[in-house]
Design a protein around this ligand. Structure first.
Ligand SMILES: [Zn+2]
Length: 323
């Protein structure tokens, strides 16, 4: 049976797995709990999970090595019923439900692993990287991230190296992710790229005013590039006051706001699961993602619109950018 793919565009599960053995030791042998696993994704009706590869600041000097280890962890997950998705035909196969596997897409969250040698881009592509977030919160060779308190005026856009990176990504067919990128960087991406891009895990600044969220102007730029924003479940990016009281309804509120402002074609889901310490009520782990569609229907979204939000929109970007 063919059905619309449900896609969550951001989870930090690989980072958690990378540290799992150490943390289990620190917890005195108590196993760490994950927000995302194959079973939880199936329970939640999620067909494709984007797994980010994030190099923590303390490990930046060995960025390429950490990246390779996380890719290796992902490859091991293929034994547990995950299928690595690298192309449009891979997505089509998944849609046809040949087996009960869950698709996984690999992304880089930040570009520290490429800083000393951009030549590695081709190798990472061959290993399966299909999305790259240009920055994380700090400044790197290519661009600047949006630190949580950074002053917009003092920051810079893409460097010459950033422009080169963007060009190479476009010719390989890698999706550009602007979550964590500063305002000038986002403006540069919107100006330079000829393809749609994504903000894999970012919300609306008008509802929750933190720098990590997107301004209305940025949302407009996203819409004019036919791009897509994945709503982040992190309570501190959902509501400003008393984030610990955040619920699934706050996620719906961001979806509604963005789709009212720029159209339903430009919204998706980017949970940030396994990278967030607290979760909203009703979205405690990946199995709860199935609670989103009924609430969207209640809000008046049509069946087709719900399918777009739950994955169809990200699918459209992958189809346009990937080979
Ligand atoms: Zn992030």
């Amino acid at each position: 049976m063919i059905r619309n793919l449900v896609i969550d565009c951001h989870a930090d599960t690989l980072l958690k797995k990378y540290f799992a053995e150490t943390i289990t030791l620190l917890l005195g042998g108590k196993k760490q709990e994950f927000h995302v696993s194959k079973d939880l994704l199936i329970q939640g009706g999620v067909d494709v999970q984007v797994f980010a590869i994030f190099v923590p600041p303390k490990l930046e000097k060995i960025g390429p090595e950490v990246t390779l280890e996380m890719i290796s962890i992902a490859k091991e997950m293929e034994q547990d019923g995950f299928t690595l998705i690298k192309s449009r035909p891979d997505l089509t196969k998944l849609e046809e439900r040949i087996n009960n596997n869950v698709g996984m897409i690999l992304s880089l969250e930040g570009t520290v692993a490429l800083e000393r040698n951009l030549r590695l881009l081709q190798t990472f592509y061959e290993l399966g990287i299909r999305i790259i977030g240009l920055s994380w919160s700090r400044k790197n060779l290519f661009c600047e991230g949006t630190g949580l308190t950074q002053n917009v005026e003092d920051s810079e856009g893409l460097s010459v190296f950033g422009r080169e990176l963007l060009e190479q990504m476009e010719s390989l067919g890698i999706v550009v992710d602007i979550s964590h990128l500063n305002q000038k960087g986002v403006a540069d991406v919107a100006k330079m790229t000829t393809k749609p891009f994504i903000a894999s895990h970012s919300n609306a600044q008008q509802i929750c005013s933190v720098n990590r969220n997107l301004t209305d102007d940025q949302l407009m730029e996203i819409a004019s590039a036919d791009s897509v924003v994945g709503i982040n479940f992190y309570p501190r990016f959902l509501i400003q006051k008393d984030p610990e009281t955040a619920t699934i309804n706050n996620v719906i509120q961001h979806i509604k706001y963005i789709s009212d402002l720029i159209g339903v074609k430009h919204v998706g889901i980017g949970s940030d699961f396994d990278g967030i310490g607290i979760t909203p009520k009703g979205l405690e782990n990946a199995s709860k993602i199935k609670n989103i569609p009924p609430l969207l229907t209640e809000e008046g979204f049509s069946k087709q619109d719900v399918a777009k939000i739950m994955g169809g929109n990200f699918r459209r970007v992958f189809d346009k950018v990937w080979k």
